[in-house]
Ligand binder design. Sequence first.
Ligand code: SAM
Ligand code: DTB
Ligand code: SF4
Length: 330
Amino acid sequence: MQMRNDWTKEEIAEIYNTPLLELIYSASMLHREYHATGEVQVCTLLSIKTGGCPEDCAYCPQAARYNTAVDVQALMKKEEVLAYAKKAKDAGSTRFCMGAAWREIRDNKDFDRVLDMVKGVNELGMEVCCTMGMLTEEQAKKLYDAGLYAYNHNVDTSEEHYADIITTRTYKDRLKTLANVRKAGISVCSGGIIGLGETHEDRIGMLHTLSTLPVHPGSVPINALVRVKGTPLQDNPKVDIWDMIRMIATARILMPTAMVRLSAGRTEMSIAEQALCFMAGANSIFSGDKLLTTPNPAFDEDNAMFQLLGLKPREAFKDAPTAVVKELII
Ligand code: SAM
Ligand code: DTB
Ligand code: SF4
């Protein structure tokens, strides 16, 4: 099948509004066509620079302006980060994602240290990912040269809903960074959050943005809002699991080759609910007892879930062009 990036909002709405079991079935069929069934990518997050962020993202515990329980922490040392990555690898994780609570990357000593960390994690044989806010084409190139595999930068919601959630940057800024990442040859990881008070049209709009990018993202994280005390969204209602499943299935149908990640919110989901998400086309998770600052299922719990559901972890670099893999193995 030809990958489509000319989806219309009407077509997406039609898929999104399909009766639920029918939608899961269609997504599951496509999933089987494009991916090894039962294989789930296990990624681990580490917040290498925490809190004190100047942005005003209404969902985020790391924004300096909200009074949350998050303590500000300076950029970690390379050795500490590598020790953590090694631990994650030993627990079965194949992608390591380093997060920094920055508005954007700046060309300074901290960035040089990040480049060193990227090099080190890559040498461990893991797919390295960073999520550090906006970046320029030159910075993306430097990250690529250091061995960065993917860059996470979420569009979070629809263009229309964006200003209700974040006022310190625009949707266009987000898309510009994604273009810089893509141009540097880094795999784009971009998705969003549900539970921000958005409408179904906003969710459809967000999926429209993602599925009509010049190239589909290599991975699409779908997060359920983690409601953190002190943020403006602390009292939002809990995300309905059926909405999560509907989003995952629609993303799977629109972007069949992408890794669709069942991201934040798993601590509030039962194994049966997560199993439905996998049926609907999710094939990636974050594992390890912390996301960036909030709790997440530990490696042991996820290993037990994999055992129960007959899932197995996906190997690293499976989608990488052969030349890249060769370079890494040699
Ligand atoms: N500062 C960088 C940025 O905003 O791109 C990188 C770190 S930021 C914490 C990464 C992503 O985490 C956000 O884009 C958002 O999608 C997600 N996120 C943050 N807080 C969240 C929450 N409370 N619940 C769910 N997802 C959240
Ligand atoms: C993504 O889409 N979700 C992850 C990762 N990319 C960076 C982050 C979730 C953060 C949840 C809130 C926290 O732990 O601070
Ligand atoms: Fe800062 Fe990222 Fe949190 Fe927004 S989501 S406040 S940019 S750390």
